[in-house]
Design a protein around this ligand. Structure first.
Ligand SMILES: Nc1ncnc2c1ncn2[C@@H]1O[C@H](COP(=O)(O)OP(=O)(O)OP(=O)(O)O)[C@@H](O)[C@H]1O
Ligand SMILES: [Mg+2]
Length: 365
């Protein structure tokens, strides 16, 4: 025989206790074990023990209101669903109870044993499904965060490999070419060929360096985000000479958690590259600041803007850059927003509250 369903009834009226008790005894398809307490304080105490499968809560008890208790119940992380019982049905209260997290709202005079039994059964099942959904969401969040972290580690590793293998080989070959060319000064035809070779080697070295810093700017690890952003903006202006960059950094290096630096850099990199590729902007403003205990990032262009729904639909729902900026911000505990219009251009903002950063420490690095 299956275990009885453990029910906690919080109600100051003994008649109600007797009615509920009779109904539960009458229910044909389930067995119930009822515990009754008369006050909210005793109810809260009983809920904290986490020994019940469901809680039936009287909505009005003297001057106290069941919503207050429900709020306190939520703070205790109660696993049992809460069903409100009320003497007078009222749609507005019903809505309030639902918004506060109640599983059901039953009017005392209108319930019968089967209705109560069904409400308890559905509430327990729904609460269990919600719990499993939340666990899955949390697991997904963790997995996505580990994926981003692994991706950054891999990029770092490839950048290091490129530097140590191809990068140093190319530099060695260029050194030899210049050396031989220097010794063959009297052979103009050969010297010309050698200097062409040397220029080609130099381009290959520059290209390798560019790929390396795209993969992971080593400056970020060596000198920090503030210097890296200075370098990134200078490079950006050199490449996209028609776009002016206005940079406003009002935060100290030490105020930015280490794990957040690469996330901030990647968001800026994508937002500014998007500005250059798509916006036809004349100016891009970048600001990074510490305000009211939070870190605020904003990248704004004065370009043509875009329709976010159309952009998502156009990319078959998979516009990678916008999605990855949002994921990076949210998986590290931040908030992310995009505003875009033809008149005002595009503004990307991300914000991290310092407390949430502490919780997410060890996320994507
Ligand atoms: N700053 C911007 N100004 C105007 N349009 C933009 C801007 N940023 C994004 N868009 C539009 O949104 C679309 C999606 O951007 P998203 O960064 O996701 O993809 P993408 O830049 O096209 O490709 P990638 O995956 O290389 O980033 C772009 O193709 C563009 O149409
Ligand atoms: Mg993009």
């Amino acid at each position: 025989m299956s275990e009885p369903v453990r029910v906690l009834l919080i109600d100051d009226d003994e008649d109600d206790f007797l009615i509920v008790s009779d109904m539960l005894a009458e229910a044909k398809n389930s067995r119930f074990k009822l515990e009754w307490v008369r006050t909210y304080e005793a109810g809260l105490e009983a809920i904290r023990r986490q020994e019940h499968d469901v809680c039936l809560l009287d909505y009005f008890m003297g001057r106290r209101n069941g919503l207050e208790l429900l709020e306190r119940v939520a703070e205790t992380g109660c696993r049992a669903p809460v069903i409100f019982l009320t003497a007078h049905g009222n749609y507005a209260l019903d809505l309030k109870a639902m918004e506060a997290g109640a599983s059901d709202y039953l009017v005392k005079g209108q319930i019968s044993a089967p209705i109560l039994e069904r409400s308890i059964r559905y509430s327990i099942m729904n609460k269990r499904i919600m719990g499993e959904l939340n666990e899955s969401k949390e697991e997904l969040r963790l997995l996505a965060s580990q994926l981003l972290s692994a991706q950054e580690d891999e990029r770092k590793r490839i950048a290091r490999e490129l530097h140590d293998s191809i990068g140093s080989s190319l530099s060695a070959v260029k050194f030899c070419i210049d050396n031989v060319a220097g010794r063959l000064k009297n052979e103009p035809a050969i010297t010309e060929s050698f200097s062409m070779l040397s220029r080609a080697m130099e381009q290959a070295i520059d290209e390798t360096r560019r790929i390396m810093s795209d993969l992971r700017p080593s400056m970020l690890d060596d000198l920090g985000i503030v210097s890296t952003l200075g370098w990134f903006c200078r490079e950006f202006e050199a490449i996209y000479s028609a776009i002016g960059v206005e940079k406003n950094i009002r935060i100290d290096e030490a105020q930015i958690p280490q794990s957040l630096k690469i996330i901030i850099f990647r968001i800026i990199q994508e937002a500014m590259n998007n500005g250059a590729k798509h916006s036809r902007a004349g100016k891009i403003s970048l600001s990074l600041a510490r305000l009211d205990g939070s870190i605020h990032l904003c990248v704004k262009d004065d370009g043509i803007g875009f329709d976010r729904d159309a952009a998502a639909a156009g990319a078959g729902g998979a516009s990678f850059g916008l999605t990855s900026m949002r994921e990076r911000a949210e998986l590290s505990g931040g908030k992310f927003e995009i505003e875009s219009s033809r008149e005002a251009g595009t503004t990307i903002t991300a914000c991290w509250a310092v407390e949430s950063l502490l919780e997410h420490r060890g996320g994507a690095s």
